[in-house]
Design a protein around this ligand. Structure first.
Ligand code: ZN
Length: 278
């Protein structure tokens, strides 16, 4: 799933490319596209696109009178749409602009989770942004220490909880734990100031690295292209110590880690319940 760096860099690209256009028409192409009833998307027709922004894993198309909040979820993409086909493959929604260009939201696969919320007023005051934690790369070590204790959980799940801080997903949670030399299953309530400082550094560095990578591209990367040490690198050598990258497998994803770097050499059980976990 695109995470904070991919979404932010993409919002920057769209903001640059679509500056000073006006909404001519919005079309929901699938019946699950629109997640809100009011205001109607037509309320933004005729309004200039003020800004394309990012919040957590969401892209915000701010037309002043209304903001379209777009969540790409796993397989969604929001791209220029020169063809404007009547039934584009995986089509979810389309924004046609007054200069003849268009933006198309598509979603690969059959999950039908990508969607669009239309918000008037402050988008932070409504779903899906309401209750989101601060942007992950803006959280200080001191703030992070407080959050670790306020939200007792395992570290990997903590990092992915969008209400705690927003923008990190499975890939960055893996990379952050590795960079911070912490077990993905460490109990957050037992973590101290040193851990929080390492974590804050790791979040900042991992986000910055991916952001630099994304900003050097013309379109959003695929998950396999993204930089990292452990994510999707099971069986390969840890770039820091040469040990093998291991995983704990779940039904739909895996937690990747290096035992030498992160767990004092302890190999975690493949099916996590609790017995191995520290
Ligand atoms: Zn290692």
């Amino acid at each position: 799933m695109p995470e904070l760096p991919e979404v932010r860099a993409h919002a920057e690209r769209l903001d640059r490319d679509l500056a000073s256009t006006t909404l001519a028409r919005f079309t929901a192409l699938s019946f699950t596209a629109l997640k809100t009833y009011a205001p109607a998307p037509e309320s933004a027709v005729g309004a200039p696109l003020a800004h394309v922004g990012q919040r957590g894993k969401h892209i915000l198309l701010d037309f002043g009178t209304a903001t379209f909040v777009v969540h790409l979820m796993q397989g969604g993409r929001l791209r220029p749409d020169p063809k404007k086909a009547a039934k584009p493959r995986g089509g979810v929604a389309r924004w046609e602009l007054d200069d003849g260009s268009a933006l198309l939201l598509t979603e690969a696969g059959t999950e039908r989770k990508a969607g669009v919320w239309v918000i008037d007023g402050d988008p932070e005051a409504s779903d899906p942004l309401l209750g989101l934690g601060p942007e992950a790369d803006g959280v200080t070590a001191t703030e992070l220490l407080g959050l670790l204790h306020e939200h007792p959980s395992r570290l990997h799940g903590f990092l992915r909880d969008q209400r705690v801080m927003s923008g990190l997903g499975r890939r960055l949670a893996n990379e952050v734990c590795h960079r911070a030399r912490l077990s993905p299953f460490a109990a957050t309530k037992r973590m101290g100031a040193d851990d929080a400082a390492r974590l804050a550094e790791a979040v900042g560095a991992c986000v910055a690295e991916s952001l630099a990578f994304e900003r050097g591209r013309d379109d959003m990367s695929s998950s396999k292209e993204r930089p990292g040490a452990v994510h999707h690198r099971k069986g390969q050598e840890c770039p820091d110590c040469g040990d093998v990258v291991r995983t704990v497998e779940y039904r739909s994803y895996e937690v990747a880690y290096c035992a030498s770097c992160q767990t004092g050499g302890k190999v975690l059980a493949d099916n996590t319940t609790s017995k191995f976990l520290k």
